[in-house]
Design a protein around this ligand. Structure first.
Ligand SMILES: [Zn+2]
Ligand SMILES: [Zn+2]
Length: 142
């Protein structure tokens, strides 16, 4: 569970004002070890939360390097909190994502770096997505 302090620090580090919505969204994202869709986040927030404000918050977070998109095999866009070293300029797209076929959760494997890929001349990578699928730690144990 994220402490309020961790939330304040994260917002401050990215130069963002502390608003109740931003704090609530970060709290939800920090409380889960897997990526969440905007719908998942909305369900976890208090009833009557303004969806437009939520979307705007997610967009700001993404632009500022607070969260990143996690693409998996579905059409749903999910978000996860970025590692502490992420900034607006250097967004972390350097780790592997893992989709569990049992619980359907997609995890950020922050400790697993995307292997270096040699590109043919003239090709310049801007963004990298690396998705593995299988059975996660949690589902493997049961
Ligand atoms: Zn699982
Ligand atoms: Zn990730």
């Amino acid at each position: 569970m994220a402490t309020p302090d961790h939330i304040s620090l994260t917002l401050a580090r990215h130069g963002l004002r502390q608003t109740p919505m931003r704090r609530a969204v970060l709290s939800v994202l920090f409380s889960k070890s897997f990526a969440l869709s905007s719908n998942d986040i909305e369900q976890a927030l208090e009833e009557g939360t303004d969806r437009i404000t939520l979307y705007r918050t997610l967009r700001t977070f993404e632009q500022k390097g607070v969260i990143h998109r996690v693409l998996d095999s579905s059409d749903v866009i999910r978000f996860a909190a970025c590692s502490a070293t992420c900034t607006e300029q250097a967004h972390a797209d350097d780790h592997v994502h893992f989709k569990c076929s049992v619980c359907q959760h997609t995890y950020c494997l922050n400790q697993v770096a995307i292997p270096a890929v040699q590109l043919p001349g003239g090709f310049q990578a801007v963004h990298r997505d690396y998705l593995m699928s299988g059975v996660c730690q949690q589902c493997h144990a049961t």
